[in-house]
Every structure is written in structure tokens, then in C-alpha cells.
Write a protein that binds this ligand. Structure first.
Ligand SMILES: [Fe+2]
Length: 563
């Protein structure tokens, strides 16, 4: 790759009128001659860094005349320093209601592994200054990533984002989805929203269905100071999970979509459009195409593949309830047949073929899959699941964990006790456990290619660390899952206090063979550090989400070294 000097930058800037590539055609617009009266109340953001490019983002809200004033124009600047004494690039950008007054600039011709500062300028207001970074090239010794998922505005303040924003050494921030939630004002995790000052605004209290609904929700989320701070601090590499569209989305429907809510694909298209408008992302197939999976190369150290396990290819989830007869009996045979269907897919055939080929061609020392749902095998003793499902009073988890501990100390168990431990089932069929045939094929491929695999996941709202093992018990990789920013986790579904949640976490790590660690009651994020011979995951927890006053509330660190 050609390395640009500063003079090259200026030449390139002059030659291409700023080298600006705004993602929608602006030629058709009437362009204002001068910067417009706008405000930058949603901050700035950057994302999808490459070795020579990065997306810069802002929203230029028209200051006068509401949002029907027609096109507006702003100036943007990219500099080496935060004071903008060394401006490398300058250009202008136009936007209008057709893209909700958001602006995305794909700045090209940058240097690899370099930090830059950027800002936007209107007639009388300047945006906050953002810091961004391009991906490194060549030999790389270390990559640091912050990993997030599940920020739910009515549930609390985005302090986890704020905590990560206090550091300035991230190569990138990975967002694994549920960046927004589609629920109405009285929906999921909204119980305390009014009390803590996080009620949904009156013009956006309903469930999100239309383009306007989705846009307003993004605008609301972007008023959070923690989220604004993190966007300004580092480039994001984001994928959606289900709630950017609607709960438990699959390729042609969703749990939280019914006929009365109109055509699913029209709703999905609106959701995708708003996501692409508001996230600093370079959609690989253009701004109208829901294909979001794509790769990033951190020099020779790490290849990152961001996957879509929700929208593009997923077959409908299998539900235990669908196999329970009127007499309450469970049709285990049909259930097992459905689970074993070789055609059943989570990624979809096209994405799977792409991943297969991409992994084969990737030469990075580590391969990292950034995706939504837990990949690790999470099989629990059936007794525990029946107990939770039926609201049983006597929770058998502690007793079973004690049996498991005794067994691993070599103490003899009775046949009945062994049976209690041996009868297991996956507890979440919305995750890879519900698509085990495809998971096994992926594991086989990783093993064949002899890759150092790390998988990150979000979705559950809790922290997890699992060994990824195929059916033969061969270890093919590691999975680190990030807790939510604010959405309630297992402690809330099961109504556990902190102490019981900690006991359950210990019990689960014992009872689930491949699970090494979990935290079931704290909010936060995950810091990943890749070096040549080791990967470190550190879960950072915060003490509250009820106000913007918070402190760090402990962490947990795992270091895995290559043999
Ligand atoms: Fe979530």
C-alpha cells in the first residue's frame, strides 16, 4: 500500500474537492452556498475504519424553521491535533430530511494506524471534536477493543459507555447490537424510567414501526452523554441484533411483529434505513441493503469478522412450547428431529459460504468473530429448566452443583444422582444452541483451517466465558460475552438478589461443562486485548445506572495464552 505524505493529502484533497464521498447521491440537491444555521446536539461519531479510510458522522439539526427547511450545508475538518492547528483535510457536506439530516463522510487517503481529530462547522455553531483512528498495517503487537451490547434507554443511564470513553487507547469499539430497543413507553425494562428521568418522549412513546419512529428513537439515544462521549472517543464497528428491528427477528418475521403492525419487510427496511443513517457504518452492499456482515484487518495480528445472526439468513427459532402436547407431554422425538435438521441455518447459506471463504483467506494471527448470540454450548440439567419453567419453589441448582462438585472430586454418585446431572437440554434456543448442526460445521471448518479463534457475543445482558468445543470435546476456540449497558439480565428474569445471582453464577459455571465463568447481575462492558501469544478479556462493571453519577464496581480478568 502507498503511504501518503502530508503533501499528498493536500494534493488529493485539492484534486477531489475534499475527497469526500457522501453515501447518498447529493448531486440532485440544491446545494446551499454557505454553511447553514444548524446545531450538533447529537454529537459526532466515527466508524468502520480501514487502513486508509474512516467514516465521520454527525447530525446537522436545522436551527430554524423546524425540519422542513430543505437542504443544509456544513463544513468538516480532519486534523492531526485536537486544536486543529494541523488541518489535513477540509470539505463540505450537504444533507436534508431524506436522510434525517445525518451526514456520513467516507474520508479516504489516510495513513494506517494513525489517530485523527475531526469536527463539523455550521454558520454559527461547531460540533464537539471527535477522535478517531485508522486500522494498523503490517506487523502489529497489540490490539485493544471495547465490546458492548444492549443499551436500553428507559432502563438507565449509559454509564458503561462513559467508563470506556475515559480511556483513549482503544483501537476500536465493537457494538454487538441492541443499540436501541423498539418497545413502547410501558414495554420491557421501563418500570423505573420516569423515576430516574429516562421516560420516552411524548412524540416517541409507541412501539417503533415507521421510519419516523425509528429515527426519533436514535435521536433520543444519542442525547445520552455517555454514548456521545464514547462515539467521540473512538471509531465504532457495529452490527445490529434483533431490537434495532424488533424482538427475536429472523429472516422473514419476528416474535414482536404481528399482522396488525403491517408488512414485516417494510418495517425492517425502515429500521435498516434509520440504522444506516444514524450509525457511522459503511454498509457493504449500499445504504438500502440489509446485508451487514463484513471484515476488518488489524495488521497481521487480528482479522475481525462481523456477522449477522439475526436478520439476513436465520431460520425461525425452535420453541420448546411447540412440542408440548395438550396433555402436557413433551414430544422429544419431533423436537430432536427439528434440532438435527441439516438444512437449518443461523447465518444463512450465503453468509456461511462468505465466512468459510473469508476465514480460509484470512492470514491474521487471530480470527475474531463479532456476533450477537452465545455460541458456547449452554446445556443445563433439565431439572433446573423445568423448575424455572414451572415456577417451582425448590430450586435444585445448588444441590445439583454440589453433586457435580462431589463427582469432580472423585466421590461416587448413585445412578439416580448421575441421571439428574446427565439429563440436559439447551436453555436458549434463540442462540447457537438452537442451531447446533451449523455450529458443528463451523467448528469443523475452524479446526481444519487451524485458526486461533475468539468469538464475542452480546444479547444475554450478562457476562460469560466459555471454551468452544465440538461434539468430540476438541477445543476450537474461546468465547467472551459482554454484559449489557443497561438491559436487565438473568437476575431480573429470575428475580434474584445479588447474593443469589452470585450463587447461581457459581452453580452454572460448575454445571455447564464448557462454561468457565459468568456474572449474572452486573452491567458494564468488556475490554479485549490481543497480543501475539495471548488474549485477555476484562469485564468492567459499574455500580449503578440510575443516574450519571457512578463508579467502577469491580472487574474480572481472564488471560488465555496460546500453547
Ligand atoms: Fe438486549
Amino acid at each position: 500500500m502507498k503511504r501518503f505524505t502530508r503533501r499528498d493529502f493536500i494534493k488529493a484533497a485539492l484534486a477531489t474537492s475534499g475527497g469526500v464521498l457522501v453515501s447518498t447521491p447529493l448531486q440532485a440537491m440544491t446545494r446551499p452556498a454557505f454553511p447553514s444555521e444548524v446545531t450538533f446536539q447529537h454529537g459526532v461519531a466515527s466508524g468502520d475504519p480501514l487502513q486508509d479510510a474512516v467514516i465521520l458522522w454527525t447530525r446537522a439539526s436545522p436551527a430554524k424553521g423546524g425540519e422542513s427547511v430543505g437542504p443544509v450545508k456544513v463544513t468538516w475538518e480532519l486534523a492531526r491535533d485536537s486544536q486543529f492547528t494541523d488541518v489535513l483535510r477540509r470539505g463540505s457536506a450537504n444533507t436534508d430530511l431524506a436522510r434525517d439530516y445525518t451526514i456520513k463522510i467516507d474520508v479516504r487517503g489516510l495513513e494506517p494506524g494513525a489517530s485523527y481529530f475531526y469536527r463539523f462547522i455550521g454558520a454559527s455553531e461547531q460540533s464537539p471534536v471527535g477522535r478517531t483512528r485508522t486500522l494498523p498495517e503490517g506487523r502489529v503487537e497489540q490490539v485493544k477493543l471495547a465490546v458492548f451490547s444492549c443499551s436500553n434507554y428507559p432502563a438507565g443511564y449509559f454509564n458503561a459507555y462513559q467508563l470506556a470513553a475515559q480511556r483513549d487507547d482503544w483501537d476500536a469499539v465493537l457494538h454487538l447490537g441492541d443499540y436501541i430497543y423498539e418497545y413502547p413507553a410501558d414495554g420491557y425494562a421501563t418500570e423505573r424510567s420516569a423515576e430516574i428521568g429516562r421516560a420516552l418522549p411524548e412524540d416517541n412513546v409507541g412501539e417503533l414501526l415507521t421510519l419516523t419512529d425509528y429515527r426519533k428513537r436514535y435521536a433520543l439515544y444519542r442525547t445520552d452523554t455517555g454514548l456521545q462521549a464514547l462515539h467521540a472517543a473512538a471509531p465504532f464497528i457495529a452490527v445490529w441484533d434483533d431490537h434495532e428491528i424488533t424482538n427475536d427477528t429472523w429472516k422473514s418475521g419476528a416474535e414482536n411483529h404481528n399482522e396488525g403492525e403491517g408488512d414485516f419487510f417494510a418495517r425492517r427496511a425502515a429500521a435498516v434505513q434509520a440504522y444506516y443513517e444514524w450509525l457511522p457504518i459503511r454498509p457493504p452492499q449500499g445504504e438500502r441493503n440489509p446485508q451487514i456482515y463484513r471484515s476488518f484487518r488489524f495488521g497481521d495480528l487480528l482479522d475481525l469478522h462481523m456477522l449477522d445472526t439475526r436478520v439476513i439468513g436465520r431460520d425461525r427459532q425452535i420453541d420448546f412450547a411447540g412440542y408440548i402436547g395438550e396433555d402436557g407431554s413433551f414430544d422429544g422425538r419431533s423436537f430432536a428431529a427439528a434440532m438435527a435438521d441439516p438444512e437449518r441455518t443461523l447465518l444463512g447459506k450465503k453468509q456461511l459460504a462468505w465466512l468459510d471463504e473469508t476465514l480460509e483467506q484470512s492470514t491474521g494471527h487471530w480470527q475474531l468473530l463479532g456476533q450477537q448470540v452465545l455460541m458456547g454450548r449452554m446445556h443445563l440439567p433439565a431439572e433446573i429448566m423445568i423448575n424455572y419453567a414451572t415456577g417451582g419453589k425448590e430450586n435444585p441448582t445448588a444441590e445439583l452443583a454440589a453433586l457435580k462438585a462431589a463427582s469432580s472430586r472423585g466421590e461416587p454418585l448413585s445412578d439416580a444422582q448421575r441421571d439428574r446431572l446427565a439429563q440436559r437440554a439447551p436453555y436458549n434456543l434463540d442462540a447457537w444452541d438452537g442451531y447446533a448442526v451449523e455450529r458443528e460445521a463451523l467448528y469443523r471448518r475452524i479446526a481444519e483451517l487451524n485458526k486461533n479463534l475468539v468469538v464475542v457475543a452480546g444479547d444475554t445482558h450478562n457476562a460469560w466465558y466459555s471454551h468452544l468445543k465440538d461434539v468430540s470435546g476438541r477445543m476450537v476456540g474461546l468465547e467472551f460475552a459482554t454484559p449489557s449497558v443497561t438491559s436487565p439480565g438473568m437476575e431480573s428474569y429470575l428475580k434474584l438478589d445479588d447474593k443469589s445471582a452470585q450463587e447461581l453464577a457459581q452453580g452454572m459455571s460448575l454445571l455447564i461443562d464448557d462454561l468457565q465463568y459468568c456474572n449474572l447481575h452486573q452491567r458494564g462492558y468488556m475490554a479485549l486485548t490481543f497480543r501475539r501469544q495471548q488474549v485477555q478479556a476484562e469485564w468492567k462493571f459499574i455500580d449503578n445506572i440510575d443516574s450519571t453519577e457512578f463508579t467502577e464496581a469491580g472487574n474480572h480478568r481472564v488471560v488465555h495464552s496460546l500453547a
